[in-house]
Write a protein that binds this ligand. Structure first.
Ligand SMILES: Cc1cc2nc3c(=O)[nH]c(=O)nc-3n(C[C@H](O)[C@H](O)[C@H](O)COP(=O)(O)OP(=O)(O)OC[C@H]3O[C@@H](n4cnc5c(N)ncnc54)[C@H](O)[C@@H]3O)c2cc1C
Length: 434
């Protein structure tokens, strides 16, 4: 085979890129492309920080390609329409990419595969976004795990048999030549977007932070977590490189990376969880329709300081600490009894590191109907959580300047009332379907 397209999606890097290496090994001419997918972009606000992040990374990637005498071709539109046109224009034999396991991507790739096949052009994906994918970590009887601990044990066993080996894609770029001789990267406004004003986290994380992760990760006022979510989401950092560091430095950190793969695997095997609870019985819960309460939660004026600080951090930065994600999600679904789908949608819109699988996993865990969720009668007390994890009010005061003054609102709901109400409501729903 002599000519191929390599299509970047969630893998915006040259280094340790599985699909790119495959393309370089199979073709003499490799044309890298990226498409701003209008099927996705049309659904977003015009100041969405993720688009700005991707745009910035595409500019960087194209400069890196240019230093290897290759030109990243960037298009805007529907990939299922654009790629066949490019394949025809460049007379390629094959299109390579890295696999994406989300339902939209699977359906898009299937449609594209069929079109390319009818043109006599191959379409091959590689595993790049995760260490283990699809059916690689399964129970003895061949069914998927739905509980994290045994999944993680099996994941680690498999790692013993299949050690992580990064791909030398960058080194192999020198073997190939491009097809397009120049490139023009559209500006952010050409794509129809504008800057968000949000600062993006770096890919550089000290070994010390990872080695001290177990002790520091639960305190939102301290810089104790890596903030690498967005880089794993868009592949500006290789999961293999990060997992190798975790293996050396800290097992708790490695376990978090395994949670990420656990949720990817759950979404792949149970795609209905995009809109329904993993445990169907939980879809019988009668949720409150209270738009005022939902608004107060979104803007961070519930009168519960840890919840409000978290929502304000999210609104201002696109990030929220994991402990606070758990508390805010629990508060919305348990205290306010508002459907987890509304909260999941709000996080999906705001989180810089939004990852469908992890977001669904986190929300369904908090609402009780997810796989491996805590029992519904265990309801987080947001005040006790605050006392335990932000005892000196460092985090709360950072995000709520009026905290401690009369300008800060009273709680919109009383804790004991809310706790009794949710337990009763869940019990009724689950008894109905038992
Ligand atoms: C309601 C809720 C919604 C969430 N939504 C998302 C989401 O959209 N995208 C997302 O990446 N994570 C999500 N998480 C998981 C977790 O909160 C974030 O991954 C983490 O806070 C990101 O910060 P960090 O990069 O500093 O993580 P670190 O603590 O430094 O962890 C390193 C990496 O491990 C992975 N990770 C850590 N914890 C988890 C977890 N519980 N589940 C899955 N992966 C994890 C992430 O890729 C993370 O970047 C959600 C959790 C909850 C409770």
């Amino acid at each position: 085979m002599s000519k191929a397209i390599f299509w970047h999606r969630r893998d915006l890097r040259l280094e340790d890129n599985a699909g790119l290496l495959k393309a370089c090994n199979c073709a003499e001419f490799v044309q890298p492309i990226f498409i701003f997918d209008t099927q996705i972009l049309n659904e977003l606000d015009k100041n969405d920080a993720r688009v700005e992040f991707i745009h910035r990374e595409i500019v960087r990637l194209s400069e890196e390609y240019a230093s290897h005498n290759l030109h990243l071709r960037v298009e805007i539109g529907n990939p299922v329409e654009i790629i066949p046109v490019l394949a025809e224009e460049m007379q390629v034999d094959h299109v390579f990419t890295n696999r994406d396991y989300e339902p939209y991507a699977l359906q898009r790739d299937k449609a594209l595969y069929e079109i390319l096949q009818s043109m006599g052009v191959g379409f091959t994906g590689a595993k790049d976004h995760v260490i283990f994918e699809k059916n690689e970590v399964m129970k003895g009887d061949g069914t998927p795990y739905t509980v994290f601990s045994p999944y993680a044990r099996k994941w680690k066993e498999r790692l013993q048999q299949h050690p992580i080996t990064p791909h030398n894609s960058l080194e192999n770029l020198t073997k190939v030549r491009g097809i397009t001789s120049h490139s023009k990267i559209p500006s952010l406004s050409d794509i129809g977007f504008k800057p968000s004003g949000i600062a993006f986290p770096t890919t550089q994380v000290e070994d010390l932070l990872i080695s001290k992760y177990s002790e520091q990760r639960n305190f939102p006022g301290k810089p104790g977590t890596s903030r690498l979510g967005v880089h794993l989401r868009f592949g500006t950092l290789s999961i293999r490189r990060l997992a190798l560091r975790a293996l050396k430095l800290n097992e708790t950190y490695l376990n978090e990376l395994i949670w990420r793969e656990f949720y990817q695997m759950i979404l792949f095997h149970f795609p209905y969880t995009v809109t329904s609870s993993f445990r169907p019985a939980y879809d019988a819960i009668q949720w409150e329709q209270n738009s005022e309460h939902f608004k107060r939660w979104c803007e961070g004026t519930t009168g519960y300081p840890l919840v409000d600080a978290g929502m304000r951090e999210l609104n201002a930065t696109g990030f929220m600490h994991n402990r606070v994600r758990m508390v805010t999600a629990s508060f919305l679904t348990k205290h306010l009894l508002i459907d987890w789908r509304l909260g999941e949608g709000y996080f999906a819109k705001k989180l810089l590191d939004f990852e469908l699988a992890s977001n669904l996993g986190g929300w369904q865990w908090a609402a009780g109907g997810g796989c491996d969720a805590a029992p519904y009668f265990r309801v987080f007390n947001p005040t006790a959580q605050q006392e335990k994890f932000d005892a000196k009010f460092e985090y709360v005061k950072r995000w709520i300047p009026e905290f401690g003054t009369s300008a800060y609102p009273h709680p919109i709901i009383e804790h004991t009332f809310a706790r009794n109400r949710v337990i009763e409501r869940f019990k009724t729903a689950l008894n109905k379907t038992a």
